[in-house]
Design a protein around this ligand. Structure first.
Ligand SMILES: *[C@@H]1O[C@H](CO)[C@@H](O)[C@H](O)[C@H]1NC(C)=O
Ligand SMILES: *[C@@H]1O[C@H](CO)[C@@H](O)[C@H](O)[C@H]1NC(C)=O
Length: 191
């Protein structure tokens, strides 16, 4: 409890000074951490981004995030919200990788990111509807009223998705927000 309060206080001080210097979007950049829940196989893990999807427990050799000085090991996805749209942080004024969701699509294909300078998300996907929902001292990423999911992939990793229900071999995911006031800009693999 005490450390939570301390983090909140430090966070508030940082947000005041950061907000004065930088545009709103990047002063609120964050990563996502799976909330510890009994029985889920990805407790406390950070969400990564690769090949147009978000992942949990992604094997190190498949983490291919490019953060300037070459691929870095275990770089979590750095995200920010602008109104109700969600982006991967690609640098001040040049974030073009945007998240899109379809809550009634197939679980493994219900969430993706795309390069919004090239084209739209595809006709089955929506970009608006993201928010952060407070719960006790924390905040969690939310897409409209959908459940966030982690669905097993072939290699012990999980793809992150959004859905209306989750009784098909997927786990409910509570994606807790951890703010990062000095975000590293990265390019995430995909098209
Ligand atoms: C997005 O597409 C543009 C145009 O093709 C390209 O210059 C840019 O590098 C791409 N951004 C990312 C993050 O891949
Ligand atoms: C989501 O995907 C389903 C099935 O692929 C499609 O029928 C539906 O129109 C999509 N929803 C949206 C909002 O595009």
């Amino acid at each position: 409890m005490q450390s939570t309060v301390l983090i909140l206080l430090v966070g508030m001080a940082a947000s005041t000074s950061a907000a004065a210097l930088t545009p709103k979007s990047t002063s609120y950049a964050f990563k996502l951490v799976a909330k510890e829940d009994a029985g889920s196989p990805f407790d406390g893990q950070e969400v990564t981004a690769s090949q147009n999807k978000l992942w949990l427990s992604q094997p190190m050799e498949k983490q291919d995030t490019d953060c300037g000085s070459g691929p870095v090991d275990k770089a979590p996805a750095t995200l920010f919200l602008q109104d109700d749209e969600l982006f991967l942080f690609g640098g001040e004024g040049k974030s073009h990788q945007q998240l899109a969701a379809n809550v009634s699509g197939k679980e493994h294909e219900s969430l993706k990111y795309f390069n919004n300078t090239k084209d739209g998300p595809g006709q089955d996907f929506e970009t608006k509807g993201w928010s952060l929902k407070p719960d006790n001292q924390d905040e969690y990423l939310s897409f409209n009223e959908a459940v966030m999911l982690a669905c097993p992939a072939s290699d012990d990793s999980f793809t992150v998705g959004v859905y209306q229900d989750y009784d098909r071999g997927c786990f409910e995911l509570k994606a807790r927000v951890e703010y990062n006031y000095q975000p590293v800009s990265c390019k995430y693999s995909g098209n």
